[in-house]
Design a protein around this ligand. Sequence first.
Ligand code: SF4
Length: 357
Amino acid sequence: MFHRKDTRPVRVGDLTIGGSDEVIIQSMCTTKTADVKATVAEIHRLEEAGCQLVRVTVNNMEAADAVKEIKKQINIPLVSDIHFDHRLALAAIENGIDKVRINPGNIGRRSKVEAVVKACKERGIPIRIGVNAGSLENHLLEKYGYPTPEAMVESALFHIGILEELDFHDIIVSLKASDVPMAIAAYTQAAQAFNYPLHLGITEAGTLFSGTVKSAAGLGALLSMGIGSTMRISLSADPVEEVKVARELLKTFGLITNAATLISCPTCGRLDIDLFSIANEVEDYIANLKVPIKVSVLGCAVNGPGEAREADIGIAGARGEGLLFRYGEMVRKVPEAELLNELKKEIDIIVHEFNRT
Ligand code: SF4
């Protein structure tokens, strides 16, 4: 099996996907791409949340034209999502897109595929082949009867073959299904079949709650096996939530180096402070920090101090007050009403110190 470190590195703008343990976080705009102002505003919010690569739909010529202006106003690479119409791909490429998501087998005549590949080669733009269990080619459905992991991998190999014939190798592949076990099997088989980097995703995963659980189950299994060089969490929610979930998932596997982590206890009858609100406020406060600090918020002074010592900064509740720990040492006692503000101040100090070193 090709571990993500062993995949072929593919450049996308100033990023490299594949060939290392890094997993790039991406998301997709919900705006009409032709609405440059709204699209740029959404991309700025995604950038702020930690999104590293963003996709927009290019479903008409107005959208392809908008790419030029959007590119001028954003800081992360831009991907165009295109189905069938090679003229839209050519226009997006002409306008400075960094990556094209298109399935070469769906473009039509060979001359059209050649035109897209030639344009991508000239500008060093990669192509993402997006296999989807819900839209497999007819010849595969006839062969397998219904979508299967094997059919999905065969579909990927079919599209890869077209690009390789044209000596094009800057390829990234996704094999998305909304059925989690099917997606896990398809990605696992793909990681055995070829060494192009894999873009992970559970498609149509659902709402913020159910989609997060499904995506974490599917992508977590794959990430833990070393599969996946980029990922998008698909949620029926604000795309900023997709980025937040992706970052949390990568933190879980130690695959992100620039994120703060919150440790908080589930609480029990020993709870001595209003822990849920403090934990939620701290989570919001550290959400966009780009430093690898660990913050703990624990409810009581029984198990709390031991756990809090493991973190860079932490509190353990006591009756009407909290014990503040910093790098394993108890710093001071703080009245409950001031705990949150004191903790935020300490976090700011640690972040400041980290950024200075
Ligand atoms: Fe209960 Fe204290 Fe453990 Fe929290 S830290 S779960 S309040 S024993």
